[in-house]
Design a protein around this ligand. Structure first.
Ligand code: DGL
Length: 272
């Protein structure tokens, strides 16, 4: 039996929420994580540029020729537009976060009205809308870009007056639109958003008049990954976590440490 080797990438530190969930679900797996901190944010860029960056990030994770059992595209933005290109290039399973998040949302919703918040690129791609429609023809998806939440999470401002004001500015007009009051399930469609989960839940509850079920795609993909790995892959009691970043290692360690225990000894700089 061999030990599962999982490669994960995101545009920055936000995907460490996915690494944390994968590590909790598969504590003995060997994880190699790349945060493309030099080029964050992905969410404001074109689909072509995000796809190019995603292919380069995957190539860097494989550069030493190490075998991997699965590649997890933690970044919602890259998952929304780069999965076909990644799957075409690589023979191992490539998992994005959109499908698992959509499946959880459809399973959780009773009203069929599902809210999705994410980056501009993720929302514009229509990826969540399509994934949810493929699972439930009756579902109604309400999607809203909330890009500033990425910066708040990167700053470690997970709650408090600034986060609260930004959430009211984004969610207030959105949830006042016709039909939006029926939303009972809200997808956190960006790796950074689980960090602001308490504030998002509180503000959404105040605006909707009841608490929506929050869908964290980090948990959803960790579970799907565990189910997808061949049973012959045995967890090693001493699983390792290797962290790569494309810029600003000190900042990566400081901010990333808010999401996942970052050991500087296992952190190195790579150039794509
Ligand atoms: N990691 C990205 C995502 O999940 C958000 C940050 C960015 O815009 O790069 O969509």
């Amino acid at each position: 039996m061999s030990v599962p080797r999982i490669a994960i990438f995101d545009s920055g530190v936000g995907g460490l929420t996915v690494a944390r969930a994968v590590h909790a679900r598969l504590p003995g797996a060997h994880l190699r994580y790349l945060g493309d901190t030099a080029r964050l944010p992905y969410g404001t860029k074109s689909a072509g540029t995000v796809t190019r960056y995603a292919l380069q990030a995957a190539a860097a994770l494989l550069a030493d020729g190490a075998h991997i059992d699965a590649l997890v595209v933690a970044c919602n933005t890259a998952s929304s537009c780069a999965l076909p290109a990644l799957k075409e290039r690589h023979g191992f399973p490539v998992l994005g976060v959109i499908g698992p998040g959509a499946r959880r949302a459809v399973a959780a919703s009773r009203t069929g009205h599902i809210g999705v918040i994410g980056t501009e690129r993720t929302v514009a791609s229509g990826a969540y809308q399509q994934a949810i429609a493929a699972l439930s023809a009756d579902a109604v998806v309400h999607a809203q870009a909330t890009p500033l939440l990425v910066g708040l999470a990167e700053e470690g401002w997970f709650d408090g007056p600034v986060a609260e004001a930004a959430l009211h500015a984004y969610l207030g007009p959105w949830l006042a639109q016709p039909g939006a009051k029926d939303i009972d399930t809200l997808v956190l469609g960006c790796t950074h958003y689980p960090a602001l989960k308490d504030a998002i839940g509180r503000v959404a509850t105040a605006l909707l008049g009841r608490a929506p079920t929050l869908i964290d795609s980090a948990d959803a993909i960790a579970e799907e990954l565990a189910n997808r790995l061949p049973s012959a892959l045995a967890p090693d009691p001493a699983g390792t976590v290797e962290l790569l970043a494309t810029d600003a290692l000190a900042r990566f360690a400081r901010v990333g440490g808010l999401f996942f225990p970052v050991d500087r000894a296992h952190l190195s700089l790579v150039d794509l």
